[in-house]
Design a protein around this ligand. Structure first.
Ligand SMILES: [Zn+2]
Length: 176
């Protein structure tokens, strides 16, 4: 009995932890695992597996209306978030397509990421800030992303993030 209660308590703590990390409440936390990094054998990554609540699953990323589902492919995607300690952290979630009467077939709105991005908003904003102030090569090394992605985030993040509380500074010229 006591063990069961402890397990429930630990599961609630984990749920809280993951929801706080992601900064979004309307999810079910399905798991939190440590896995080998597919690109670096000697490194481990954290993966939080979550599911959007039913009512958020088919929300159009353009108009935010709840729509009908387009297909039943259980496509799962991972978004890279800010590191936890020295380790990369990914959020994994089913990423279905919907049919919006106004916008057609779309991938559902993901509250922690911009449409079609492989990174969380938190990660994009952090990299865009860093890349506006430091050479791309440095930011690329520090955040462990390709230089091309780094430049792309710097260029697109400000326009995508209209609701950003702080404006992203104008990029300074790269020294390369
Ligand atoms: Zn729509």
């Amino acid at each position: 009995m006591e063990t069961g209660r402890n397990a429930d308590k630990h599961s609630m703590i984990l749920d809280d932890f993951i929801r706080t990390l992601i900064g979004y409440e309307k999810i079910a936390v399905l798991g939190f695992n440590v896995e080998p990094d597919m690109y670096h054998e000697d490194e481990k990554v954290f993966v939080a597996t979550v599911a959007l609540n039913e009512e958020e699953l088919y929300r159009c990323p353009e108009c935010r209306q709840i729509c009908g589902k387009y297909d039943s492919s259980g496509f799962v995607k991972r978004w890279r978030s800010l590191d936890l300690g020295k380790n990369k952290f990914f959020i994994e979630c089913v990423y279905p397509r919907l049919l919006c009467a106004e916008h057609g077939v779309k991938k559902c709105r993901i509250p922690w990421a911009f449409p079609d991005s492989d990174y969380t908003q938190a990660f994009e904003v952090r990299v865009a800030y860093a890349a506006a102030k430091s050479p791309t090569s440095l930011v690329s090394r520090e955040y462990r992303i390709q230089m091309g992605h780094c430049r792309q985030l710097r260029q697109t993040c400000a326009t995508k993030h209209r609701s950003c509380r702080e404006p992203i500074p104008q990029a300074e010229e790269d020294c390369h």
